[in-house]
Design a protein around this ligand. Structure first.
Ligand code: MV4
Length: 515
């Protein structure tokens, strides 16, 4: 067991968690709470009143209209619900308030445990130049670059000369690629600088930028870490996330097909040092770029539970939400690095209501049909269900399909099989695109970079049968289904119980009165 450097920190059991989120991640958190015997409180916007997370929680409170700014981002409203419902902790999920330092602080001030890092850690990692300086001091490998934001074109030109072209201009307040510009030649630097600064200013209200050596054709490899309040930090290996489109991940897997045990150990150690340097507590992710020669460079740290965490759960057998809760209660980690090992391979496909044939245009709408795949080695985390709706107000992700196999090949084949079973009608989805990826020779060989989608995918590569015959079969199924429900052959379910008919009432009354 890890040693405890601060044995005086109190352990405070969490009995009731408010989940400040919606969709699949809210469902994900509620499930673990239920397994742990922890009560759950859901919050919901008006169009989410019938959503799965509302039904699965023990209690649910309306917090406002559809717009996130008026509901899921309303700090005061959410804290009021926490107080009124007697919740002793808040889980923020990802997105929304999950990386909001002032919210983490406000929870603590209100005497409610924020299941996430402390505000100073969130703040330190939110400013990319501050994070760079901190990581430099901690000895975390980084691409050559300017330590601070650059003031003017002269400073930028001097820095770029020293670093060597090509360089990348990045926003200090950034992340997600906004305000980013590649510069291959000195003559383009000035224009790129101005564009990056104005884009950063309008996206983040902060025009500060810095310059880094551009790493060409990198892979995105991130390390999951877990840190307690006693100074113990472990890493839970890596996730390979190179299959992205416009900075949105589509397929993730663990372990990465390119890491050697030596590289894994070195990156794991670097990630642990990054977490220690900012006094990190909770689950977190340190993102790295890996170049063609397998050098790795710190990119940023995400101070939240990430969308793709299930692949790490797949290869470690851990429940990351359960570990987050234990750490938030003040327990020391229950495992040391030596207790951890990789078992098999896990892949996640994000299923979005987007049309891959039309430039991934979002296609929100009613889910007339949603038939999840199942079988050996298959997990589906969905935030919407058949009869529900993918709402236009939020992220159009429908679900995350996760497979596990003893080998990468088994996990890939299983994913392709599961995707082939997965039936959705009512909206266009990225299922055909994910099948394209699973069947791609480069992907099957584990040979991909962050340029994979741009370089390898075009709509005509989608299999035609994915839209033609299957759609007809689905339409037939929808018709058959609606006929069945119109005929009322099956009893209507309300809250998982049969609606009592007059005959069942009479039977029951007779039983009670006669008993
Ligand atoms: C880079 C890079 C190449 N060299 N930094 C994209 C989002 C932001 N978090 C950082 N990003 C990148 N930083 C250097 N020095 C390439 C990217 C990048 C990228 C990184 C990961 C996954 C997909 C990407 C797509 C385009 C660019």
């Amino acid at each position: 067991m890890p040693s405890s450097s601060d044995s005086s920190a109190p352990v405070q059991a969490i009995r009731k968690v408010l989940v400040a989120n919606r969709g699949e991640i809210a469902v994900r958190v509620i499930r673990t709470c239920r397994e742990l015997g922890i009560e759950t409180v859901a919050v919901f916007s008006t169009p989410d009143r019938t959503a799965p997370h509302v039904r699965l929680a023990d209690e649910a409170y309306h917090i406002g209209p559809a717009a996130s700014s008026e509901s899921y981002l309303k700090q005061e409203k959410i804290l009021d619900v926490a107080r009124d419902s007697g919740a002793d902790a808040i889980h923020p999920g990802y997105g929304f308030l999950s990386e909001n330092a002032s919210f983490s602080n406000a929870c603590t001030e209100a005497g409610i445990t924020f299941i996430g890092p402390r505000p100073d850690a969130i703040r330190a990692m939110g400013d990319k130049t501050a994070a760079r300086t901190m990581m430099q001091e901690a000895g975390v490998p980084m691409a050559p670059g300017t330590p601070d934001a650059i003031e003017d074109r002269e400073e930028a030109a001097a820095a770029a000369e020293e670093i060597g072209y090509p360089v990348l201009i990045k926003a200090a307040a950034g992340g997600g690629g906004k305000g980013m510009r590649i510069v291959r030649e000195a003559e383009n630097l000035h224009r790129a600088l101005e564009m990056a600064q104005s884009e950063a200013k309008s996206a983040f209200g902060d025009g500060r930028v810095f310059v880094e050596k551009y790493i060409d054709q990198p892979r995105h490899v991130e390390i999951q870490i877990l840190a307690d309040a006693h100074g113990n930090v472990v890493h839970l290996f890596e996730r390979e996330c190179s299959i992205q489109r416009r900075h949105q991940k589509v397929v993730e897997e663990a372990p990465s097909p390119i890491l050697t045990p030596q590289l894994r150990a070195a990156m794991g150690e670097a990630a642990i040092n990054a977490a220690r340097a900012c006094g990190y507590v909770n689950a977190g992710t340190v993102e790295f770029l890996v170049d063609a020669d397998r050098n790795f460079y710190f990119m940023e740290m995400n101070t939240r539970l990430q969308v793709e965490h299930p692949v790490t759960e797949g290869i470690t057998g851990l429940d990351l939400v359960a570990e987050q809760i234990r750490v938030a209660e003040g327990h020391p980690l229950r495992m040391s690095q030596d207790d951890l090992s990789i078992n098999g391979h896990s892949i996640e496909c994000r299923i979005y209501a987007e049309d891959p044939a039309s430039n991934f245009l979002p296609d929100p709408g009613p889910l007339h049909r949603h038939v999840p795949p199942s079988g050996i080695g298959v997990r589906l985390d969905a935030g919407v269900e058949e009869g529900g709706e993918v709402l236009i107000h939020y992220d159009p992700m429908i679900s995350k399909l996760v497979t596990w196999g003893r080998t990468r090949e088994e996990a890939v084949r299983r994913m392709d099989r599961a995707l082939s079973e997965y039936t959705i009608a009512g909206v266009q989805t990225t299922i055909p695109f994910c099948r394209f990826v699973m069947q791609h020779e480069g992907f099957r060989n584990g040979n991909m970079s962050t340029h994979f989608v741009d370089e390898e995918f075009s709509p005509e590569k989608l299999k035609p049968q994915d839209s033609g015959l299957e759609e007809a079969a689905v339409l037939a199924a929808v018709l058959a289904h609606s006929e069945r429900s119109n005929m009322q052959e099956t009893p209507t379910l309300v809250d998982g119980k049969e609606t009592p008919t007059s005959s069942t009432w009479k039977t029951n009354r007779r039983q009670y009165q006669g008993g």
